[in-house]
Write a protein that binds this ligand. Structure first.
Ligand SMILES: Cc1cc2nc3c(=O)[nH]c(=O)nc-3n(C[C@H](O)[C@H](O)[C@H](O)COP(=O)(O)OP(=O)(O)OC[C@H]3O[C@@H](n4cnc5c(N)ncnc54)[C@H](O)[C@@H]3O)c2cc1C
Length: 300
């Protein structure tokens, strides 16, 4: 069976043996057999049905900004949502497809005079990726503004309301049940566009000041283990800021980030993560969980 041809027939575009390093903010990841770009919701769903039917393993990627991807070959397919970007407004609600960037979404909402997403301005991911992990910053979380999400469960599409989406700290039903977000309805509040815009700019400035945005990274590596425990500060207190393994470095600007200073290998990053977890456990008796998602190759 010709997988490449079939995916094209289903309305997607496909790159064969495409290095995932070209698609992750960490600039890391080996080639995947098929990198699939669905051009609309139907080609997305039909491609997934086809891959399921033939037992071809697949993963979903938004903008690859929360991923540490192994630098080996990845059998199967990765479906990238970046072309699913339609958006429309109905009163104070916005209905957007999963592949829209948070940045564009925030900007369009600001122009419409809709408030609620300011915190997300500067999070470099897609709406789908944000819903999947309930992305948040500066006291806000995407789950707070989601009204409902159209999900695909591998067979059928259905709307799920916020109450059923089990949003928690970096958690959602999508994560627990491997559901795919196709589109979402967000419920926002009317405000003066200038006010919305200035709050967005304020949050963005704080990011620029604190985060190593000039180097490849996947954002904060670890989840906050509990209220009031600041992972970055703890790592810094252990003298690990700037610590390097190969091309991976604990950021000198924000110790909660690992940056790729050039040629970082997957193993370099995993070793740094292990080192931090070990040292934080030993010194603070705190177990750190990763916020970033680690994609290992199934090829051994
Ligand atoms: C500099 C920097 C700053 C960051 N700051 C923040 C921050 O302040 N707060 C924060 O929460 N995160 C932050 N992040 C992490 C990241 O941007 C967010 O987690 C973002 O929501 C991930 O979106 P993505 O599209 O890049 O997802 P990806 O990294 O592509 O994927 C992450 C996970 O989401 C899944 N996924 C993606 N799209 C869908 C979909 N449509 N349906 C179901 N699952 C899907 C993927 O399969 C994968 O499991 C930061 C990252 C960087 C690099």
């Amino acid at each position: 069976m010709k997988i490449f041809e079939k995916l094209l027939e289903l309305g997607a575009d496909v790159k064969v043996k495409e290095p995932l390093a070209n698609h992750t903010s960490m600039k890391l990841g080996g080639p995947v057999d098929y990198l699939v770009f669905p051009n609309d919701q139907e080609s997305f769903v039909e491609s997934l049905r086809f891959l399921n039917e033939y037992g071809i393993p697949w993963k979903i990627m938004g903008f690859g900004t929360n991923l540490i991807v192994e630098d080996r070959e990845h059998p199967g397919a990765v479906l990238k949502t970046e072309r699913l970007t339609s958006i429309r407004f109905e009163g104070s609600e916005v209905i957007a497809e999963c592949g829209i960037s948070l940045k564009r979404l925030c900007r369009l909402c600001a122009l419409e005079g809709l408030s609620g997403l300011e915190f997300a301005y500067g999070i470099p991911g897609s709406l789908g990726g944000a819903i999947y992990m309930n992305a948040g910053a500066y006291g806000g979380e995407i789950g707070e503004v989601v009204k409902e999400v159209l999900v695909f469960d591998g067979k059928e599409s259905r709307w799920i309301s916020r109450d059923e989406l089990s949003f928690g700290y970096r958690e959602s039903l999508l994560k627990k049940e491997k559901l795919i977000a196709l589109k979402a309805v967000l419920r926002l509040k009317r405000d003066d566009p200038q006010n919305v815009q200035s709050r967005m700019i304020d949050f963005l400035r704080r990011r620029i000041e604190k985060q190593p945005l000039d180097l490849p990274s996947a954002g904060s590596v670890f989840k906050r283990p509990r209220e009031g425990f600041y992972v970055g500060k703890a790592i810094e207190s252990l003298g690990l800021k700037g610590y390097r393994i190969g091309g991976a470095e604990i950021s000198r600007k924000h110790a909660g980030f690992i940056v790729n200073i050039g040629g970082a290998k997957f193993e370099d990053i995993l070793k740094l993560i292990d080192l931090v977890r070990r040292e934080v456990k030993r010194n603070y008796d705190v177990v750190l969980e990763t916020e970033v998602e680690i994609w290992r190759s199934s090829k051994r």
